[in-house]
Design a protein around this ligand. Structure first.
Ligand SMILES: Cc1cc2nc3c(=O)[nH]c(=O)nc-3n(C[C@H](O)[C@H](O)[C@H](O)COP(=O)(O)O)c2cc1C
Ligand code: SF4
Length: 468
């Protein structure tokens, strides 16, 4: 029987986080082997590489890094008659605000990741793999480097892995610390020793033209850990966890205005928003009420707690789904106009000013834009300047319209998805909390009632019927 220093909630299903906070557990190989470690690798090596990929496809695993792309399908995108080296990269950048799951795997269960990576590398034919870590994870780099050496000493990594004839070197690489290094092509540029300017897709889809222009599979830490459990159970059995099309478990990181924030591994789609925020996280704090939730990391569109969504049933008919009944899966959150993203659930109660939230997000994206393309470089900085004016009570209602127009001019017009990541929060907050943001522009009017712009604002608000 497993005991934990911080016991999981009864609604959790611990698979990847089985050993996180486990009493008597440490990151050593000895500890991992006592628990049956590397047996799934042994099993995988008895299969052909394409059979391993087939199991991952059957499992229905979707990437846990942000986009939710099917992992097995990604692996099959390596060109069929490829003669170049294939690389596997574990994305350990964990840079999406609100996300704090991969670090626990890296710190407490490094061999689970290494085992998953060796199996994945075997499936895709990679003989060199990298674990790319954000600069802020020096302890993870130390733990992983040691764990790889331990694994090498027992022939789980290196030449002729477990006498199978398969060779694999795994290197730990530390970035210099930038959000954009989490974007897979920016990561690849950084790994090549360059400034992390993302590459255009197409043509630079990593599976075809990745590291050193060779086929490269980039997967998130959590995704790679799931591979081991898929081999252990078999793809079909794994797919019975969670819900159809949204299989397995995933780790949700809940932060913000709840009584019990933290990480929770749940079966995908088996918990609703209400169950997560009230049953698992204990509800709002200090007698307040919930206002809004950013469900999948800061880049995902915000949802109001009093919203309802009109969704299509498989037979084409429509149904109304209230915010609280949203099952936490990829497809429903997308149908509600947001996304499950990286699993970072940021909760806001009614004490939060949406202008402040907007400015906080804008400040992050303006700081992190890599600067390669104009709409993102200039637009993210403009958006931040405007929202800072709103927070300072120095903005006009026209500023709100300008802000919205900038967001829509960034969205879809940039080299990488950072463009959407920075504009979606603005679009969603302005669409859903417009009156609150406009009310904050009121302060400027109150300060200088005779100013021509203040008079224009007053006319604007009077026409909308929202002047005080
Ligand atoms: C701006 C930006 C930041 C990203 N940051 C991360 C990150 O920190 N970690 C991560 O795994 N994926 C991140 N991604 C997604 C990766 O580009 C890539 O899709 C992912 O690593 C693929 O792994 P998966 O298929 O296992 O999810 C980011 C994407 C964008 C656009
Ligand atoms: S969208 Fe932003 S982060 Fe992405 S390449 Fe362009 S400037 Fe860089």
């Amino acid at each position: 029987m497993i005991t934990y220093t911080k016991p999981p909630h009864p609604r959790e299903y611990r698979l990847v986080f089985k050993n996180v906070d486990r009493v008597g557990w440490d990151a050593s190989l000895q500890c991992y082997l006592r628990d049956g470690g590397y047996q799934d690798l042994q099993k995988a090596l008895t299969l052909q590489p394409n059979e391993v990929t087939e199991e991952v496809k059957k499992s229905g695993l979707r990437g846990r890094g942000g986009a939710g792309f099917p992992t097995g399908m990604k692996w099959t995108f390596i060109p069929p008659h490829n003669t170049q080296p294939v690389y596997l990269i574990c994305n350990g950048d964990e840079s999406e605000p609100g996300t704090f799951k991969d670090r626990y795997i890296l710190h407490q269960d490094p061999h689970q990741l290494i085992e998953g990576m060796v199996i994945a590398a075997y499936a895709v034919g990679a003989h060199v793999a990298y674990i790319y870590l954000r600069e802020e994870f020096p302890e993870a780099a130390r733990i992983l480097t040691h764990a790889i050496e331990e694994a090498r000493s027992q022939h789980f990594v290196g030449e002729n892995v477990l006498d199978s004839g398969f060779n694999l070197e795994i290197h730990v690489h530390r970035g210099a610390g930038a959000y954009i290094c989490g974007e897979e092509t920016g990561l690849i540029e950084s790994l090549e020793g360059k400034r992390p300017y993302p590459r255009l897709k197409p043509p630079y889809f990593p599976a075809a033209l990745g590291l050193y222009m060779c086929p490269t599979i980039v997967n998130n830490v959590e995704s790679l850990c799931h591979v081991k459990h898929i081999i252990a159970r078999g793809g079909d059995a794994y797919a019975r966890l969670g819900t159809p099309r949204n299989t397995g478990t995933r780790i949700l990181c809940v932060s913000g205005d709840v009584i019990r924030p933290g990480y929770f591994e749940i079966e995908v789609g088996k918990l609703t928003m209400r169950e997560l925020l009230y049953d698992v996280c204990g509800g709002p704090r200090n007698g307040r009420s919930f206002k809004a939730v950013i469900p999948g990391g800061s880049s995902s569109k915000i949802l109001r707690c009093d919203e309802s969504f009109s969704l299509k049933n498989p037979d084409g008919s429509e149904r109304l789904l209230g915010f609280w009944d949203i099952p936490l899966d990829f497809d429903t959150l997308a149908a509600c106009g947001s996304m499950a993203g990286s699993g970072g659930v940021i909760v806001l109660d009614d004490s939060r000013s949406m202008s402040w939230v907007l400015n906080n997000l804008n400040a992050f994206y303006a700081h992190e834009s890599c600067g390669q393309c104009t709409p993102c470089r200039e637009g993210s900085a403009w958006m931040k300047k405007i929202s800072a004016r709103i927070v300072a009570g120095e903005a006009s209602p026209q500023d709100v319209a300008t802000l919205e127009s900038i967001a829509y001019q960034i969205d879809g017009r940039t080299v990488c998805a950072f463009g959407e990541a920075s504009s979606w929060p603005v679009e969603a907050i302005l669409a859903k909390f417009r009156d609150e943001i406009l009310a904050d522009t009121q302060t400027a009017i109150d300060r200088q009632p005779q100013h021509p712009e203040a008079q224009a604002q007053r006319r604007f608000l009077t026409a909308r019927g929202s002047a005080p």
